[in-house]
Design a protein around this ligand. Structure first.
Ligand code: ATP
Ligand code: MG
Length: 676
């Protein structure tokens, strides 16, 4: 039986006490940083012998050896890459500034492509692409080699040089990774902007990075529509004086305006491009890319990643977390516009010479079983997706995956948000058919690589827990003062540098220090996330610290109340926020999406409130439940609780530029007001 921090009888006593003596709350746990832990999940799933027998990692002792000498541990992975010049020093750490593999020289496109064409992988499928309308393209490692070399020459001929920034604004088509790899080949810094962003978001990001060239496409397919990217780019380009050239990929044969002297067709430039470009030997600490965060908590930050450490980190985690083998067919459903796509569609996978599936469109087009159809069609073995998608699949029902043969799958993964235990179990049963381990991987744009995760051949899984830090990662649960909380809830902190860590925020060095390295001391990284640690040392992510609610002196995570709601059979998804309350400090408001076929009613509202009480206690009883067909999410699919708070407290909305569908907010506002 797991106990979080204090015994449950003591907790019960506290609850009664708080209700009777409101003043008492003032002194309780106010600013200690500790979180009250309510949810207890006791299911465990040990690794299955059929998996462990063949796993890349099955020896527990790697945790100990890695923590004894993390530098040696990472160096061992760096040695598996190709370096033009070896490093003199693994790590130089002047907190909060780290340099990894100091003095080493390497090239990322060489590691992701050239290395493989000298081996049996020359004709192996590198990218298997499926367009939303159903077209297929397969690029072998040799094809990729040819395309990337030619496109590097194209960039060079348009004046792009080492250190220049190139912005990429594209749909999910093979030319997107080709463009990224070509940048790395000549040493240009890429800044990929998600293809669903508006003209304003694009021009902001171009201007922030002072990009010299833009690569885009006529458009892409999404939910049966052709979304015109070039038109949006044209609007953005009116405000971006640094862009001298624009390269346009023809995806759909849609009419676009090409500006003479500035705009060029990709296929025309490629026609006569030379077939080889010598890969630039980059310094290990040269900038590889800039990537803006999803903007869940506020204005996006331009995160800087460098070359040698980043590739080492994503290579190591791809190999061990995804247990990657030569014959795997790997599919990550993220968009390459997010860090997940950078690290775990492009760089980690290609560095290992894997076969990667890339899909252009929506999961519900033409039908809601498209993902399962793709898995069946290509025999996908490893499938990596987001909790938000899993909750949508739950809402759509288990009949859809049942229509397909998913027996090729051997490993599942999730990333992006905490996964609620019920969603985890649904995924485990209906997609993994209780055969596939699930790796719940915690990481951030800033961390560049997965930091907290199971190792699938080794770790006993607990639904809803990202389990343990990856070997060599020293993570801790800290209170406000920086004391370690051995069992209980607090802030997630990383106490040693890791190779793929961010090196800064573009053009905002102060913010780098303030945001990440100032909460306790300048050698401890503050993640901004809440977490609890159980008695087995497992980490349970609780969501953003900014979202934590303070109810009658208890700091409660949104994640636990949401998980309690989702464990009710009629609930598909939920988001809770704390709003001002005279007596309790904050009261809980829950926004709830019901599963298909259920209609909102007062009885259901009461039933759900009682369900939360039953599951996790009276303290977490929602004051109000608002039924809604949708929730405001970022374009990467994360729930934006700060906007829900703004609605619930009748404030002017904060930054909405990263919001996926502004219509939802208007609807929710109306609903909320009608309710009061
Ligand atoms: P911003 O920093 O601009 O608010 P963001 O934090 O949403 O945006 P990302 O870097 O894409 O941008 O997301 C990282 C965050 O996603 C983590 O800090 C964490 O809150 C959440 N997250 C990612 N993976 C997991 C996971 N497996 N479990 C729990 N939370 C996760
Ligand atoms: Mg963040």
């Amino acid at each position: 039986m797991l106990q979080w921090g204090r015994s449950s009888s003591l907790r019960r006593l506290e609850r009664t006490f708080i209700e009777k003596v409101p003043e008492w709350k003032e002194s309780k746990k106010k600013d200690t940083g500790e979180l009250t832990v309510l949810l207890e999940e006791e299911r465990t799933i040990p690794p299955k012998p059929h998996f462990t027998n063949k796993a890349n990692i099955k020896d527990e002792s790697i945790y100990e050896s890695a923590s004894k000498d993390p530098e040696k541990f990472w160096e061992n992975f760096a040695n598996q890459l190709y370096w033009f010049k070896k490093w003199n020093k693994v790590l130089e750490w002047n907190p909060p500034y780290a340099r990894w593999f100091v003095g080493g020289r390497l090239n990322i496109s060489y590691n992701c492509i050239d290395r493989h064409i000298h081996t049996g992988k020359r004709n192996k499928a590198a990218l298997i692409w499926e367009g939303e309308p159903g077209e297929e393209r397969c690029l072998t490692y040799w094809d990729l080699y040819r395309e990337v070399n030619k496109f590097t020459n194209v960039l060079y001929n348009l004046g792009v040089r080492k250190g220049d920034v190139v912005t990429i604004y594209m749909p999910m088509i093979p030319e997107l990774p080709i463009a990224m790899l070509a940048c790395t080949r000549l040493g240009a810094i890429h800044s990929v902007v998600f293809g669903g962003f508006s003209a304003e978001a694009l021009s902001d990001r171009i201007n922030d990075a002072e990009a010299k060239l833009l690569i885009t496409a006529d458009g892409g397919y999404r939910r049966g529509n052709f979304l015109t990217l070039k038109h949006i780019a044209d609007e953005a380009l009116q405000k971006t004086p640094t862009i001298k050239n624009v390269i346009v990929v023809r995806r759909g044969n849609f009419p676009v305006k090409m500006k003479e002297g500035r705009d060029h067709w990709y296929h025309e430039l490629m026609q006569d491009a030379p077939s080889y470009y010598r890969p630039e030997p980059m310094d290990s600490e040269d900038i590889l890319y800039i990537l803006y965060t999803s903007g869940t908590t506020g204005k996006p930050k331009g995160i800087i990643h460098t070359t040698g450490g980043y590739l080492t980190g994503v290579y190591a985690t791809t190999k061990w977390v995804f247990d990657l083998k030569d014959d795997d067919v790997y599919w990550c459903t993220a968009d390459i516009g997010w860090v997940t796509g950078h690290s775990y569609i492009v760089y980690g996978l290609l560095a290992l010479g894997a076969t990667v599936i890339m899909y252009e469109g929506a999961p519900d087009w033409p039908e809601r079983d498209r993902f399962w159809a793709i898995i069946e069609k290509y025999g996908v073995t490893i499938f990596y997706t987001a909790p938000t998608a899993i909750r949508a699949f739950m809402k759509w029902g288990e009949e859809l995956p049942k229509k397909h043969n998913l027996s090729s799958l051997r490993l599942l993964g999730t990333v992006g948000e905490p996964i609620n235990p019920e969603a985890w179990m649904w995924y485990y049963k209906n997609i993994g058919q209780e055969r596939c381990p699930i790796v719940d991987t915690w990481w951030q744009t800033e961390t560049g690589m997965i930091l907290i995760t199971p190792l699938p051949g080794l770790t006993t899984l607990k639904p809803g827990s990202a389990t343990k830090p990856f070997p060599g990662i020293i993570a801790d649960v800290l209170d406000e003062k920086g004391n370690s909380i051995s069992v209980g809830g607090g802030y997630l902190a990383i106490k040693k540098p890791w190779p793929a860590m961010l090196r800064g925020i573009y053009k905002d060095l102060d913010r780098y220090v303030k945001q990440y390295w100032s909460k306790w001391s300048k050698d401890i990284y503050f993640t901004g996330d809440g977490v609890k640690r159980d008695e087995d040392g497992y980490f349970w992510l609780l969501g953003r610290v900014d979202d934590v609610m303070n109810v009658a002196g208890h700091r409660i995570s949104t994640m636990e109340v949401e998980s309690a709601l989702i464990s009710h059979p009629i609930v598909a998804e939920s988001a809770v926020v704390g709003i001002f309350h005279e007596i309790k400090g904050q009261a809980i408001v829950a926004f709830v999406i019901l599963k298909e076929g259920n209609k909102p009613s007062l009885e259901k509202e009461e039933e759900l409130k009682e369900h939360v009480v039953k599951k996790i206690g009276k303290i977490a009883r929602p004051e109000k439940i608002i039924f809604t067909p949708e929730l405001p999410k970022t374009r990467s699919g994360k729930i934006m609780r700060r906007l829900l708070r703004d609605i619930a407290e009748s404030r002017v909305l904060g930054d909405v530029t990263t919001l996926a569908d502004p219509g939802i907010i208007e609807e929710l506002k109306k609903k909320y007001e009608g309710k009061e």
